[in-house]
Design a protein around this ligand. Structure first.
Ligand SMILES: [Zn+2]
Length: 316
């Protein structure tokens, strides 16, 4: 509507000024929140996005279409869009959605993201609570809290392949798989030194903000691959050979867990320097280089294996 002098212009001008002020305040608040918000969350997402983008590259055309159709039915509002890369972060958002409230989703699903194989006495079976299995007729998405990432990947993979799975459960299975296959390939999601998978060890390295060891593996080493997941995934894709694909497609989640554990042991823990007096570990350039190499390898393996699972599960 155009300005009209007959409609008490001062009031109009006043309203406009108020609106301008409100907008300005909103902009300042948004800016302040963006500057304050921890960037860590975004880097945690980046690893998952890279895995999904690599997987997407290897999907059969028909499967890619099925994936798009299923993800389009996600009305949770927890992710920014329905692309594979965004939906690969959904399971973390779902877990954390009621973390400060009822904690039902949080407590039910938090253990599904890792498998704490103890460094000193490694046992996959113990880390998976003896593989209790799902109660009869219970969908995997409603499964008990005491389940490790290895068993959840098996259960959701089975649901994806089963023609009797409901469309809703099939989408949930897909959303969990997009995320959990990535988590299993993060070495410190498959290993524990009685330090909550590295969360209790404080580390620092040149050019990186001090933090805990788990955070470094979740985010800081991934960050070294660049800030754009799309570009990072393209660089990794260019290095994956057909013999890599053939080798990585073998085995299943239990083998991938043992492989992840062995990288955590050799590159993550054995290579740690002696802690300084404050208890902090100062990582050498060599440690960081080997860790970044391991992260690249694991993201690539996860992408190829995720694609293989989706192709097998959604081909029919
Ligand atoms: Zn996770």
């Amino acid at each position: 509507m155009k300005y009209s002098p007959t409609r008490r212009p001062w009031r109009r001008a006043d309203a406009e000024a108020t609106e301008l002020l409100q907008r300005w305040v909103a902009v300042v608040i948004c800016w302040a929140l963006a500057a304050w918000a921890p960037r860590a969350q975004a880097w945690g997402d980046e690893g998952h996005q890279i895995v999904a983008l690599i997987a997407q590259h290897y999907l059969e055309a028909r499967v890619k279409l099925r994936v798009q159709e299923l993800l389009a039915t996600d009305d949770s509002g927890l992710v920014s869009d329905h692309s594979m890369a965004s939906e690969a972060t959904w399971a973390d958002r779902y877990r954390d959605a009621d973390r400060d409230g009822s904690r039902l989703q949080y407590e039910q699903t938090r253990q599904w993201h890792y498998v704490d194989i103890e460094l000193q006495a490694p046992s996959l079976d113990r880390a998976c609570f003896g593989h209790p299995g799902l109660p009869p007729a219970m969908p995997a998405s409603a499964g008990p809290a005491t389940a490790c990432v290895v068993d959840k990947i098996e259960q959701f993979g089975t649901e994806l392949r089963d023609p009797g799975t409901s469309p809703e459960e099939r989408r949930l299975a897909l959303q969990f798989l997009l995320h959990l296959v990535g988590d299993l390939h993060q070495p410190l999601h498959a290993c524990d030194d009685r330090d909550q998978g590295g969360n209790l060890k404080q580390v620092s390295a040149s050019g990186m903000r001090a933090g805990n060891l788990h955070h470094y593996w979740d985010m800081e080493f991934v960050r070294r691959l660049g800030e754009d997941p799309q570009a990072a995934s393209q660089r990794l894709l260019a290095r994956i050979s057909s013999s890599d694909i053939e080798a990585w497609r073998r085995g299943g989640p239990a083998d991938w867990a043992r492989e992840s554990f062995s990288i955590a042991r050799s590159v993550g823990y054995d290579a740690l320097p002696r802690a300084v007096e404050s208890g902090q570990y100062r990582l050498s350039a060599g440690y960081v280089r080997d860790a970044v190499d391991a992260v690249q390898l694991q993201l690539s393996r996860a992408g190829v294996r995720l694609a293989t699972m989706l192709n097998r599960g959604l081909r029919q």
